[in-house]
Design a protein around this ligand. Structure first.
Ligand code: GTP
Length: 168
């Protein structure tokens, strides 16, 4: 069946935070522990029903590494939503979230809806960022927030669907 809407979503965040695996979990319910770093840009799609409409989420993934990121303007063009990912076990990836927000403000549409995702929540023993702190940052910046685990699948569906609902 034809979709009613196509929503372009971009996934951003530092290298190895789990962007590609979150996308794989949401679009195909897959996870790979030996995931390779993304080179270039790829997208995957999944169609979901939201408020009785068929919404095709076209979700773009790119490398978090600076050296691959000469792509910004084209990458963000037309994006209605962004998933900004950090790794709850690596403090630096959360500290960099503010920079990713600046990048969105510089290159993306002003009305873009952003979901901050603290990934790898399954690694409880290695936690380096408290959920409360991330929630406070998200509130201050006007972002939605969820912790999640691409490995266990916990909250992945919920975070993506929430983002799509907020765009809708
Ligand atoms: P770049 O392409 O370099 O920007 O990385 P990325 O952000 O796309 O990370 P990727 O999805 O490739 O995952 C990086 C590593 O983290 C891989 O070894 C994954 O298996 C692992 N990983 C991803 N998500 C999770 C998770 O939820 N829990 C755990 N324990 N490991 C994860």
């Amino acid at each position: 069946m034809e979709e009613d809407y196509v929503f372009k979503i971009v996934v951003i965040g530092d290298s190895a935070v789990g962007k590609t695996q979150l996308l794989g979990r949401f679009t195909r319910d897959e996870f790979f522990l030996d995931s390779k770093s993304t080179i270039g840009i790829e997208f995957q799609t999944r169609t979901v029903d939201i408020a009785r409409r068929r919404v095709k989420a076209q979700i773009w993934d790119t490398a978090g590494q600076e050296r691959y990121r000469a792509v910004t303007t084209a990458y963000y063009r037309g994006a209605l939503g962004a998933v900004l990912v950090y790794d709850v076990t690596r403090r630096r990836t959360f500290d960099h979230a503010a920079r990713w927000v600046d990048e969105l403000r510089a290159h993306a549409d002003k009305s873009i809806v952003v979901m901050l995702v603290g990934n790898k929540a399954d690694l409880a023993a290695g936690r380096a960022v408290a959920a409360d702190e991330a929630a406070a940052f998200a509130e201050e910046q006007g972002l939605f927030f969820s912790e999640a685990s691409a490995l266990s699948g916990e909250n992945v569906e919920r975070a993506f669907l929430r983002l799509l609902e907020e765009i809708h």
